[in-house]
Write a protein that binds this ligand. Structure first.
Ligand code: WT7
Length: 661
């Protein structure tokens, strides 16, 4: 028993067939899997034809020096041209690219407006000219530290247009985090804003850039969008460095000829902190990345660019915003919504109002958001007409079966398939996902690698596990949007991702997963979070999903804490649904019994703590490491990546009042 790699415990029998009408006109049909498998490189060469190449590539893949891949060798391409100009040249200049929705409702401040592809082309060209005037040349790095406003997208595309790799730093990060990223990639210019609107108020950004500049001297110029008009303070402007966007960009010419770059020219660096250590600058290059983003956006969401209205709620500071707000959707020429603010401002139903108003057809969000809406209750979305929705996506964490079913029923009206998309900053694009017109969906399962991608679940020795077993998730063949290295650290790149298994060419993602009896994949969480209870390796996800399937529970986080008898014991932290009140006197016993019934005695939590909030990263992932500190009565560790640092105090104080049974 102690030999098992990861237990496979939770059973799920619900199935959802693709809607007949969607399946009939689906972009991708079941044949695609075989077609791609027969000639994988040929398949990717076909997908690369979604793009307009300046010079065609001569070789699809050069994998002669693994793990350093080169895709579309010899090809030359401009990413911004592909996302903007070609749509205008092909007669779609009047089509809306971005419906921008500002958080404030008041017309004077909201900034809400629609930008056509022709307008976007002018803006990107102007910004490209302005960056060039500021001294940015091909290969120079530009940092972008912005709210969710159209200028953020424009800045990214302007960088791509001139071949200057961007590094977008999430606007919620501190000046320290910004400074370390500026320093690591030696960013010459920062594009920022005075601030953005969040939770009904202007939230400053520029002061953090000023602060970061006291910690590193790499930055030569700061280009500042005036978004909120807030006071920058007495020392808040440095004429030698700071330049207003409305001066530099508005005055620049709308004429700009995009230069074609090598397919392997760096497009961007995205920092990801993972669970430990110094943030890793994940490098993505141009041709392969754009191919992966465009193809997956088209295939996984069944995108009909002429009629769909697409909305991804991610922040452009994360890879999801890069691949599924900027590069994939714009390369595909769709109309999309870009929303500045939070889901609950000025009212809890703000997102549903936006979907109704713009007739959003494809909606892509994260499980953490879905669970917070489950907590609030269905009355809020039920008050809006969401019938335009036809495909729903989920990304960022495993989606618990109960949250999946709620999403499908309440948001999708029972008609819209849910695609649970597994991928990472490192993979650049979706890797494992149902296809909405093909797959009979199972709630909680990311199902299968998409056509063109090969992945498997393996044991300690890199051997494929049989159906019905768990292990480590690996990608077994290179893919076009794969990371090329960690910026400035090839050794760490090899060590982190490619050395876990002796077998050359296995990319280890850091996640545990299982193959069910049908061979479908279930992602079970980070392997660092796996618990070992009496020699059974238990996944956090399965126990959390069992807890969330209880009608009183909205969210759950499970960790292993040292235990004298069993090695580790399961400790659960749960958030109750609003309509469950305090859960009643027997809530702890009730939940323990529920897990025992759903999974089995081995998974029964030793402790269940009812908490008001869970510690999450700024992208919404639960930080189980901090909960382990609480469960093992340790002082809580490094909280710098925590979205709300007061959360740990709330949880720790709840602990001392003793919710154990
Ligand atoms: C990690 C990557 C993918 C872009 C946003 C997050 C977890 C992501 C799923 C999913 C189960 C998922 C994994 C992965 N994850 N999507 N559908 N099911 N787990 O990017 O910050 O690089 O995080 O997020 O653990 O390794 P990221």
């Amino acid at each position: 028993m102690s030999e098992e790699t990861l237990s496979n415990l939770l059973k799920e029998d619900r199935r959802f067939e693709p809607p007949a009408a969607l399946a009939e006109h689906a972009n991708v049909t079941a044949e695609a899997y075989d077609h791609a498998a027969k000639d994988r490189e040929g398949f990717w060469a076909e997908q690369a034809q979604r793009l307009t190449w300046d010079t065609p590539f001569e070789q699809v893949l050069d994998w002669s020096n693994p793990p350093f891949a080169k895709w579309f060798v010899g090809g030359r391409i401009n990413a911004a041209y592909n996302c903007v100009d070609r749509h205008v040249e092909e007669g779609r200049g009047d089509k809306v690219a971005i419906h921008f929705v500002g958080e404030p409702l008041e017309p004077e401040t909201s900034g809400t407006r629609s930008i056509t592809y022709a307008e976007l082309k002018d803006l990107v060209s102007q910004a490209a000219n302005a960056l060039t005037d500021l001294g940015v040349g091909t290969g120079d790095r530009v940092a972008i530290y912005m709210p969710m406003i159209p200028e953020a997208v424009v800045a990214m595309l302007a960088c791509a247009r001139i071949g200057a790799p961007h590094t977008v730093v999430f606007g919620g990060f501190s000046s320290d985090a910004l400074a370390s990223r500026l320093e690591d990639c030696q960013a010459k210019v920062v594009v920022t804003a005075d601030g953005g609107y969040r939770r009904g108020a202007p939230s400053a950004l520029k002061p953090a850039v000023d602060e970061a500049r006291t910690k590193t001297d790499v930055v030569e110029k700061v280009l500042v969008v005036r978004r909120t008009g807030q006071d920058l303070g007495a020392d808040g402007w440095d004429d030698a460095v700071d330049v207003w966007w409305h001066d530099a960009v508005d005055a620049a010419s709308t004429e700009h000829t995009p230069e074609a770059f090598d397919a392997e020219h760096p497009l961007y660096v995205m920092y990801t902190s993972g669970t430990t250590g110094k943030p890793k600058g994940i490098l993505h290059t141009t041709g392969g990345y754009l191919t992966g983003a465009a193809y997956t956006h088209w295939a996984v969401f069944d995108l009909k660019a002429d009629t769909d209205v697409y909305w991804c709620t991610a922040d452009i500071g994360w890879v999801t915003g890069h691949s599924y707000i900027v590069y994939g959707p714009l390369a595909n020429g769709v109309t999309q919504v870009l929303y500045e603010g939070t889901p609950d401002s000025p009212e809890r139903g703000r997102w549903w109002k936006i979907i109704e108003e713009y007739g959003v057809t494809i909606f892509y969000t994260a499980p953490t958001a879905i669970r917070s809406f489950m907590k609030q209750g269905r009355e809020i979305p039920d008050a809006r007409d969401l019938s335009s929705l036809r495909v729903l996506g989920s990304v960022g964490e495993p989606i618990n079966p109960e949250a999946y079913v709620w999403y499908r029923e309440v948001i999708g009206g029972g008609n819209a398939p849910v695609v649970d998309t597994w991928w990472q900053t490192e993979t650049g694009a979706i890797m494992i996902s149902p296809l909405p017109g093909v797959t009979s969906g199972k709630p909680g399962s990311a199902m299968n690698p998409i056509p063109g991608v090969s992945a498997d679940v393996v044991d300690e020795n890199g051997q494929s596990v049989p159906d019905g077993s768990g292990g480590y998730l690996v990608v077994t063949d290179p893919w076009p949007s794969m990371l090329r290295t960690i910026w400035g650290d090839d050794e760490r790149f090899k060590e982190t991702y490619w050395s876990r298994f002796a077998k050359e060419g296995f990319y280890f993602a850091g996640d545990g997963a299982k193959k069910d009896e049908d061979g479908d994949l279930w992602v079970l969480g980070r392997v660092d979070d796996v618990m070992n209870v009496s020699g059974h390796r238990l996944s956090t996800t399965e126990i959390e999903s069992a807890l969330v399937s209880h009608p009183k529970v909205a969210e759950a986080a499970v960790v292993g804490a040292k235990d004298a008898d069993t090695g580790q014991a399961v400790c659960a932290f749960v958030i109750l649904r609003d309509d469950a009140g305090d859960g009643g006197d027997d809530i702890v016993a009730e939940l323990r019994k529920h897990v025992r019934k759903e999974i089995g005695p081995i998974a029964t939590p030793r402790q269940v703590m009812v908490v008001p909030e869970l510690p999450k990263t700024r992208s919404g992932k639960i930080m189980r490491r901090l909960l382990r500190d609480v469960a093992e009565n340790r002082e809580v560790g490094d909280v710098t990546t925590l979205a709300d640092s007061s959360v740990m105090d709330l949880i720790s104080s709840g602990m001392s009042t003793g919710k154990d049974d």
